[in-house]
Design a protein around this ligand. Structure first.
Ligand code: ADP
Ligand code: MG
Length: 319
């Protein structure tokens, strides 16, 4: 066939200098939730938008979902400008909101059919039952939404976001308040959708979750993107751990043998060593500590948490 295939966009989603200031409320100052966010999310990725509560993740997502009106910048979904062609742009995206809000009087199947109607999906192309099955809700198709558990409601929200078969699926904190087993199930389903070609964008404040699922991660803090790179590159930059040693006898200074390390001593005599896992193994560090004459009463190791990640990224940017 000689026909030209429709050209697929390089980016599933683009934010170009997006800004959002929520107006002042009841004596409070206006809130600048997004301060010039630019992001290119490649088609075909599982992209993690990672940041603490209040970072601006939902604001960003909701601008693309058409739920929040931006105050500056531009956005594109599947190569289509969200201002110039909002309907066409939004046809390419399915958003699973962070907050569960559903009509309590619709059954899941009605809810999906209604959503399909809203998006203008012809009856012959609807797959409501198939989607419910995939989300493990087939036996609840006719139940009242108010009779569903929290986990089922969350799966129903995902099902609703899928009715118009969007190539881009955005999940805003999908596992908040979800138990471990359901979390696994959701992740498996997300991976499955991804394998079938969808671009997945996921917001989370769990480093671990972004780490497990995503191939690319952007970190957002105070409405600004502080990092955006391949997961592996990011994790290599963050590969430090800490080893905390409680000596049997109180230390007053760091032994000379340990001076080459990033070691610190607190007033209680507890020794903390920061190390890179690529450079040191914990066993050799412990040997070194013992060889320096310290006898160890107790020890712990710790991995960086999100707070450490921000500190390390922002201090790196400053230098
Ligand atoms: P995240 O999803 O990363 O937790 P949000 O986008 O929900 O962050 O919030 C970013 C900032 O905007 C926060 O300071 C939050 O309090 C504020 N904010 C969010 N929604 C509103 C709103 N509707 N009105 C006023 N301020 C808001
Ligand atoms: Mg949020």
């Amino acid at each position: 066939m000689l026909g030209t295939a429709p050209k697929l966009p390089e980016f599933a989603l683009r934010a170009i200098g997006l800004e959002k200031t929520y107006p002042a409320q009841k004596g409070l100052a206006p809130v600048k939730a997004l301060n010039g966010v630019s992001l290119d999310i490649p088609r075909g990725s599982i992209f993690g938008l990672l940041g603490p509560n209040g970072a601006g993740k939902s604001t960003l997502i909701n601008i693309f979902a058409g739920l929040v009106r931006k105050t500056g910048g531009t956005g594109e979904i599947w190569g289509v400008d969200i201002d110039a062609n909002p309907r066409q742009a939004r046809a390419a995206i399915g958003v699973v909101p962070q907050e569960i809000n559903m009509d309590p009087f619709f059954t899941p199947i009605e809810s999906l059919e209604y959503q399909a109607g809203f998006y203008g999906v012809p009856k012959s192309e609807r797959r409501s039952m198939e989607i419910l099955e995939a989300m493990g809700l087939a036996d609840k198709a006719g139940a009242y939404v108010r009779a569903l558990s929290g986990g089922m409601k969350r799966r129903l929200l995902i099902a609703k976001a899928l009715v118009h078969s969007p190539p881009v699926l955005v999940l805003d904190e999908p596992t908040a308040g979800v138990d471990i087993e359901l979390r696994r199930q959701l992740w498996d389903y997300v991976r499955d959708l991804h394998q079938r070609g969808a671009t997945i964008i996921l917001t989370t404040h769990y480093l671990e979750e972004a780490q497990e699922l995503c191939d690319k991660i952007a970190i957002i803090n105070h409405g600004e993107v502080v990092a955006c790179e391949d997961k592996d590159t990011l994790l290599k930059r963050l590969d430090h751990k800490t080893l905390t040693i409680h000596p049997t006898e109180k230390l007053t200074k760091i032994p000379a043998k340990l001076r080459g390390l990033d070691a610190s001593l607190d007033p209680a005599g507890v020794l903390t060593i920061r190390y890179r896992t690529r450079e040191h193994g914990v066993a050799s560090l412990i040997q070194l500590v013992q060889a320096s004459g310290i006898s160890i009463s107790d020890l712990q190791t710790a991995e960086p948490d999100l707070e450490d990640v921000f500190l390390s990224l922002t201090s790196r940017q400053a230098s």
